[in-house]
Design a protein around this ligand. Structure first.
Ligand code: GRF
Length: 203
């Protein structure tokens, strides 16, 4: 069974959605480890409660590449096949990305390439878009810039603030992250330029 390494920094609701999908038999994978760069991340406690291997690897004050080498060792030690960033608030070094070529996914709460970086929901409201959503993408050396695996659209309502919009987007995040992981683990896709194309079932 394919082994996931999930990196978090906070709440961990995307991690939980992945764990729930596995428990419900909707995703054929094993969570080999959940690692947080913040020792106080609530998601770590949730992972421990589920009996998962949950590790804190504090990043504060460490040089990016030094830290990433430690992280690589943790992931390699658990023979991780796919790295899933789930609210992981650190930019990865090129070194890390080259260690797991085409094997790192991220979830971002906007329809990329709109509103990359921090506070995507605030950015969407400030720009006045009528629709926003979320994106699962492969991670490359840019910020929120790799090939897109899946997106979901949600309406922005007149009464929204960043919190209500984030909540509506989060529901879709949980769905498309699990679906994207299943697709990538199945290997039934190809990447042409920036396009991730799911294989036709009949091919
Ligand atoms: C999500 O909105 C995700 O898209 C973004 O950070 C948030 C993490 O939420 N990258 P959670 O920790 O998975 O609940």
């Amino acid at each position: 069974m394919k082994r996931l390494g999930i990196l978090i920094s906070g709440r961990g609701s995307n991690f939980l959605a992945i764990a729930d999908a596995i428990a419900a038999g909707k995703l054929d994978a094993h969570i080999a480890v959940v690692i947080s760069n913040r020792p106080d991340a609530p998601g770590l406690e949730l992972a421990r409660k589920r009996g998962l291997d949950a590790a804190a690897l504090p990043s504060q004050g460490l040089d990016r590449e030094v830290y990433d080498r430690q992280m690589i060792a943790e992931l390699r030690g658990r023979e991780v096949d796919l790295v899933c960033l789930a609210g992981y608030m650190r930019i990865l070094s090129g070194h890390f990305i080259r260690e797991f070529p085409g094997r790192i996914l991220n979830i971002h709460p906007s329809l990329l390439p709109a509103f990359p970086g921090l506070d995507a929901q605030h950015q969407a409201l400030a720009h006045g878009v009528k629709f926003s959503g979320c994106t699962v993408h492969f991670v490359d050396e840019g910020v929120d810039s790799g090939p897109i695996v899946k997106q979901a659209v949600v309406p922005v309502l007149d009464g929204d603030d960043a919190e209500t919009l984030a909540e509506r987007i989060l529901k879709e995040e949980h769905r498309i992250y699990t679906e994207s992981i299943a697709l990538v683990l199945s290997g039934r896709y190809k990447i042409e330029g920036r396009r991730v194309l799911a294989a036709n079932e009949r091919e």
